[in-house]
Design a protein around this ligand. Structure first.
Ligand SMILES: C[S@@+](CC[C@H](N)C(=O)[O-])C[C@H]1O[C@@H](n2cnc3c(N)ncnc32)[C@H](O)[C@@H]1O
Length: 206
């Protein structure tokens, strides 16, 4: 996986993305992950790899200071079309592995389906932690390989084929979090959809 390929894949997928990933089980899982998040007016929220803005509905109209970044102008255009005219959201083209924000800039960082997509998930995670304020939260909604066991054979066969479509089904969230655990408290780690595969992980920055 690399940024150039991701840009192409998500340019091609932008018009159809919501039909699959913002409907049915995905829409229900998003509600489960975000609907009960505690939000306070004025908080600075960063949505990393915002895509078509499928999660925006949980944050719009709450007087938050929202910044939304993505590598793909086509996906960002879809997200912009979802934000109300009175909503002051900053939409920026940016690499999630190299965020152009100062350390400790945001109260809440949202990472939906991005750690499984970026070429280097460890770099991306370091950036999420870096830009989160002390006592701020990082909310991850994503798919990972389940548990400690080896991936089933079928998944191992499918993994490289699915990667061509712009996402990796075999990343290990425990390995992604491990280098950061001194700076993070895991507030929640629960299943969000399709058994153990999709997870909701809520982290607090110490
Ligand atoms: C699977 S979509 C998820 C979109 C959205 N967060 C959601 O939950 O529906 C992955 C998104 O990551 C973006 N992306 C891929 N590589 C990226 C990178 N290096 N930096 C920032 N965004 C990236 C893609 O353009 C796409 O919009």
């Amino acid at each position: 996986m690399n940024n150039r390929w991701n840009k192409l894949i998500y340019w091609a997928g932008a018009p159809f993305y919501d039909v699959l990933f913002n409907a049915g089980p995905f829409a229900r899982a998003r509600k489960k992950v975000f609907a009960d998040l505690e939000l306070k007016p004025g908080q600075r929220v960063l949505m990393v790899g915002v895509g078509t803005g499928a999660d925006l509905r949980f944050f719009c109209g709450k007087k938050l200071e929202i910044t939304a970044v993505d590598l793909s102008p086509a996906m960002l255009a879809q997200a912009k079309s979802k934000s109300g005219e009175d909503e002051q959201i900053r939409f920026l083209e940016m690499d999630a592995q190299d965020l152009r924000f100062a350390d400790k800039s945001f109260d809440l960082v949202i990472a939906s389906l991005i750690l499984s997509v970026v070429p280097d998930e460890h770099k991306c995670m370091s950036e999420l932690v870096r830009v989160t304020k002390e006592r701020g939260r990082i909310v991850i909604f994503d798919k990972f390989k389940g548990g400690e066991r080896k991936m089933p054979l079928m998944m191992r066969i499918l993994r490289p084929l699915i990667a061509v479509m712009g996402t990796d089904i075999g990343r290990d969230y425990r390995a992604i979090l491990k280098p950061h655990l001194e700076r993070l408290i895991i507030r929640e780690d629960s299943s969000a959809m399709f058994g153990e595969m999709y997870r909701k992980i809520v982290l607090e920055r110490k």
